[in-house]
Design a binder for this molecule. Structure first.
Ligand SMILES: [Zn+2]
Length: 352
């Protein structure tokens, strides 16, 4: 309870700081006080694009934006001088004499709403985009632990969970308790053997009548859905591993097998080897210099992280920064702020 409250306070302080930073960056961008901070361009990260459904407990709210906000973001970036290019053209753009800023759109995990709700917006606005596909979701062999966990905690007042030292009761009655339980289990997933932690979560979900693979089925595109998506010339597919585990914590052989296996799975759908890769989670602990070398060795032209920043000519093509369009900050002025590059000058470690 205490930990949950402290966690909530930390979250709100951090969120307030980020909001304040974005508001300041928006003003600076409008007054051009900080000059040209945006470099050559930016890659934007999206996950779910769907109409908002209000949920009492919504720990993944940052991972979804509405179709209306996606359209507003595109219109805003265009007004701010951006042109939109496919990720496949990124390396050519970095070296080119055309200095107009460019933006690439990417969507991680392969959600059904990318086809149902994002594609119509991209088509209306004529904007190319890349969907990073997790092979284990396409084939319904792997689960999305953060979605499973959100559903489980929403449905239960207490859960039985094994953190590796025997099953224990974890309180999940109040919203603060649910958030504390979410944070604790998320930390457990990120701390050690991710496959074992996710298996433990899936067993806990099963005991409470929740089928994690049914969540995969409900939320993500299968092969037929992906084939529908790529009928649009604006859509392309990239790799996002088989199991969606943090690459940096896998041994060499397993890492290699995951990367090349996911490339083969995409190739089986599109008929050609994917040229782009997105590191699952993509933050500093999840991606190591070994991983940059592995994806380069295995033939990917570019690989993207979720570490925030703008693109420069000197960018490492296998550790590219991206800017998240965050569901908690859905306003045009935040898009202008992010697109200005100013937040990454003010907060070099990232604006969230
Ligand atoms: Zn992902």
């Amino acid at each position: 309870m205490k930990q949950g409250f402290a966690g909530l306070v930390r979250y709100h302080v951090k969120r307030t700081a980020i909001t304040g930073g974005l508001e300041a960056a928006h003003l600076l961008a409008r007054t051009r006080l900080l000059g040209e901070a945006r470099g050559r361009g930016a890659i934007f990260t999206l996950h779910h694009v769907r109409p908002k459904v209000r949920r009492a407990f919504d720990p993944n709210a940052h991972l979804e934006i509405t179709p209306e906000f996606l359209e507003e973001a595109i219109v805003t970036l265009r007004r701010d001088g951006y042109r939109f290019v496919p990720l496949e053209e990124l390396s050519a753009c970095l070296g080119s004499a055309d200095t107009r800023p460019f933006a690439c759109f990417t969507l991680d995990d392969g959600y059904r709403n990318n086809l149902d709700h994002a594609l119509p917006v991209f088509e209306r606005q004529d904007v190319p985009f890349t969907v990073f596909v997790t092979a284990g979701y396409v084939d319904r062999t792997h689960t999305l632990w953060w979605e499973t966990l959100a559903d489980l905690l929403s449905a239960c007042r207490t859960i039985r969970f094994d953190f590796g030292t025997g099953a224990e009761n974890v309180a999940s009655e109040s919203l603060a308790e649910k958030q504390a339980a979410f944070n604790r289990i998320a930390a457990f997933v990120h701390a050690g053997d991710e496959a074992r932690a996710v298996a433990s979560l899936n067993r806990a979900a099963g005991r409470h009548g929740i089928d994690p693979l049914a969540i995969t089925e409900r939320l993500t595109l299968d092969e037929a859905g992906l084939r529908n998506l790529i009928r649009s010339p604006l859509a392309s597919l990239g790799s996002h591993m088989i199991s969606h585990r943090a690459l940096a914590r896998l041994g060499d052989r397993e890492a290699r097998r995951e990367i090349s296996g996911s490339a083969e799975r995409v190739e089986a759908i599109t008929g050609r080897r994917p040229s782009s890769f997105a590191y699952p989670y993509g933050d500093r602990p999840a991606v190591s210099p070994r991983d940059h070398r592995l994806v380069a060795d295995l033939g990917f032209a570019v690989a993207v992280t979720t570490q925030p920043g703008m693109l420069s000519d000197a960018a490492n093509l296998h550790a590219l920064p991206r800017i998240s369009l965050n569901g908690r900050f859905q306003a045009a002025r935040y898009v202008t702020a992010l697109g200005s590059g100013i937040p990454f000058r003010i907060f070099p470690r990232g604006a969230g």
